[in-house]
Design a protein around this ligand. Structure first.
Ligand SMILES: [Zn+2]
Ligand SMILES: [Zn+2]
Length: 126
């Protein structure tokens, strides 16, 4: 007597799909997950605290603004709430364009004038 198991490998297939999807999510979320493990769930600017319910509003900021720079010690990450993160980025844009005016620039002195490029760009774009 043979009992045929006609059940297809549905479960296995489901498992593979689930795994693939999870892996993709993990990859996208990996630095966030690592940062959330490393740091307390508190915004680095406004010190707002987060829990599992509000965690979606807590984001990982890259201090050097390079999202591909993810050292595992977390030295390039900073946890910021959505608002402060937004703020941080608009400030970054400002300082980039305003660095010649603000005397307290911490950035290294540029060897070329960024506005020279800007001028020619503006000139060519009529
Ligand atoms: Zn904040
Ligand atoms: Zn950021």
């Amino acid at each position: 007597m043979t009992i045929k198991k006609t059940q297809p490998d549905r479960n296995k297939l489901d498992q593979i799909v689930t795994d693939a999807r999870r892996n993709q999510e993990l990859r996208e979320q990996s630095y966030r997950g690592q940062a959330l493990k490393l740091y307390p769930w508190v915004c680095g600017r406004c010190t707002r605290e987060f829990d599992h319910k509000t965690l979606t509003e807590l984001t990982v900021h890259h201090k050097n603004h390079n999202h591909d720079d993810n050292p595992s010690d977390g030295s390039n990450w900073e946890l910021l709430c959505l608002y402060c993160h937004d703020n941080e980025h608009s400030r970054y844009e400002e300082t980039r364009f305003d660095s010649s005016k603000s005397g307290k620039s911490t950035a290294p002195v540029a060897t070329h004038n960024p506005f020279a490029d800007l001028k020619s760009l503006l000139g060519s774009k009529k």
